[in-house]
Design a protein around this ligand. Structure first.
Ligand code: CA2
Length: 152
């Protein structure tokens, strides 16, 4: 049987606070809840997960660089860095991996500065406004792109 493909799921600054504040915008689920549903869904899609969060841009970039040759694709919620970080964009482009960008909230219904994401330029697709379900849809999109075996 073919080895399951590994997906790097990266979460940027402040996403460790999920579930504790601002539920009207980000929902009630914690990042640990999201990780659990991602793991369950990944298994049914024939994917394995490396699920991480950091508040530090450089750490996220190190993880993307280390993912080259190990991960088959990346799901990234860059948090606020999406709106500001050319360095994160460069790292994602350099990885040459398929990237799906996720935002829990609908960034187009909020402040105007959230409407632009540098990361989107490296993304095969962008999902926003669907809460934690967006992560599961991103995994499905990557499974399709990677030709992963469902219910493996
Ligand atoms: O909607 C998303 O997923 C965002 O990436 C979340 C970022 C925000 O800067 C982006 O514009 C959209 C912020 C994450 C902060 O998460 C918090 C969670 C609970 C309490 C406070 C912040």
């Amino acid at each position: 049987m073919a080895k399951a493909k590994s997906v790097l799921v990266l979460n940027g600054p402040n996403l460790n606070l999920l579930g504790s504040r601002e539920p009207a915008i980000y929902g009630h689920e914690t990042l640990a809840d999201i990780e659990k549903s991602c793991r369950e869904h990944a298994q049914s899609l024939g994917l394995t997960l490396d699920f991480r969060q950091s508040n530090h841009e450089g750490v996220l970039i190190d993880w993307i660089q280390q993912g080259r040759g190990k991960a088959a694709g990346i799901v990234v919620n860059p948090g606020g860095l999406g709106h500001s970080s050319v360095a994160l964009l460069d790292a994602l482009l350099a990885s040459e991996l398929p990237v799906i960008e996720v935002h829990l909230s609908n960034i187009f219904r909020r402040e105007s500065f959230r409407r632009h994401s540098f990361v989107s330029e490296a993304a095969r697709g962008v999902i926003c406004g669907l809460g934690a379900h967006g992560y599961l849809l991103a995994l499905e999109a990557l499974a399709d792109i990677l030709g992963a075996k469902k219910d493996a």
